[in-house]
Design a protein around this ligand. Sequence first.
Ligand code: NAP
Length: 444
Amino acid sequence: MLDTPNSSTLAHTATSDSPDFSVPIVLGMIGLGTVGTGVYKILSRRTDLVFHQIAVRSLKKERDLPGLDSERLTDNAKSIVSDPAIQVVIEVMGGVDEARPLVIEAFKNGKHVITANKELIAKHGAELFDLAKARNVRLMFEGAVAAGIPIIMPLKLSLAANNILEIAGILNGTTNYMLTQMAEENWNYEEALLQAQKKGFAEADPTSDVGGHDAAYKISILASIAFKKRIDMKHVYCKGITSVTATDIQLAESLGYTIKLIGLCRQAEAGQLDIRVHPVLVEHDHPLASIKNENNAIWIKGDAVGDVMFYGKGAGEMPTASAVCADLLAVTTDLHKGNDPIPSMEIETTGFANILPVTETKNKYFVRLHTADHPGVIGLIGTACGEFGVSLESIVQHGIHEEDGTASIVFITHELAEKQMLKALDKIKADPAIQKLGCVLRIL
Ligand SMILES: NC(=O)c1ccc[n+]([C@@H]2O[C@H](COP(=O)([O-])OP(=O)(O)OC[C@H]3O[C@@H](n4cnc5c(N)ncnc54)[C@H](OP(=O)(O)O)[C@@H]3O)[C@@H](O)[C@H]2O)c1
């Protein structure tokens, strides 16, 4: 599979009807980590695609890949994007600062690019698609959102006849694994994170996962496709799972809900887009409630199709490589036919989305309070809520905290604007009978 291209063989004689697989397409790959290794393993089965060079950060690292010729490795990624022999560049190094100029240079040199880099597409997709279009090359990124789950092409093509009304996704396997274990094993956050790291689901630095940023990149990409607007990441509300407790998970479960980290986008009133990432309570009978452990799922509501859900492995070596290689084959099949690849994954947008501030969003809420254990507390909560138009669906006392003798009161509201909820909570917190606001979570 690692081969030196013979430039005389690169000129295709095939017609658009008869792909000629005897002439290999020449590839360069930047990155041979988790995803790059998977890509290498899949492509090592093929003779019609050959790696000319693979860039890594360290040439000294041991790499147990059969057939890998160390002569093909380089620590100079620039040499890949400028090598005239390379037709397609696979960017699986990650990050933005180094990856963006490399991808731009690859386009300038007439190369197609396949990437799994969600941060790059979420932050710079519009610029890169413009450049790719100007240079008549392709940029493909199926692996960037939910890895092995096909979602970009289905959203762009299979659901093209729909007005998309809403997308809600479990888009991060690390946090879904942690929340599942906290619910099923009653682990606290720290135990769940440690186990996720031991199983290889969480990075040594898990900030992007547990802080919700990884999910925010992914929902922004999906929103830009579904709603045809550019998304300025600065305006995407993003809250992770670091303050979710096993207590709240157990209480939510007892009330018929499971807690999930969800990336959400939906059309709001007045042309605004409601897009955000945060933990939510999901009713047990919602399809997303059944998605466990490191799995991902994307639930989409279209005006014609109704509800559809895409489910599978949202991370990992082979699932991500499956998507990257599918993109590669889409491009190389056209190249084998001697055709210019069609820019099928281009994100077409008309300006920036007007993003609804989170305080203007409407939600149902789950609230847990520590209160004095005496009569009248439930009444004062009801009165404060009533003053700000907060209508309660249920309110229940859940035992006494042994350590301080406070009562735990949980209430669930009907749907209302977040700013109303905040005003009611300010009033509730100001009452001397309320010792502590334990938790406030939105309900899907
Ligand atoms: N892992 C997943 O499950 C997954 C899922 C979906 C999308 N993605 C995306 O796929 C991309 C790659 O992720 P990954 O998990 O495979 O990362 P990774 O395991 O950290 O691998 C990164 C690779 O890039 C190489 N590299 C880093 N900086 C480089 C530089 N300046 N020049 C040349 N090579 C460089 C590293 O070289 P060394 O080997 O020498 O360190 C390594 O081989 C990221 O954009 C990520 O968001 C990952």
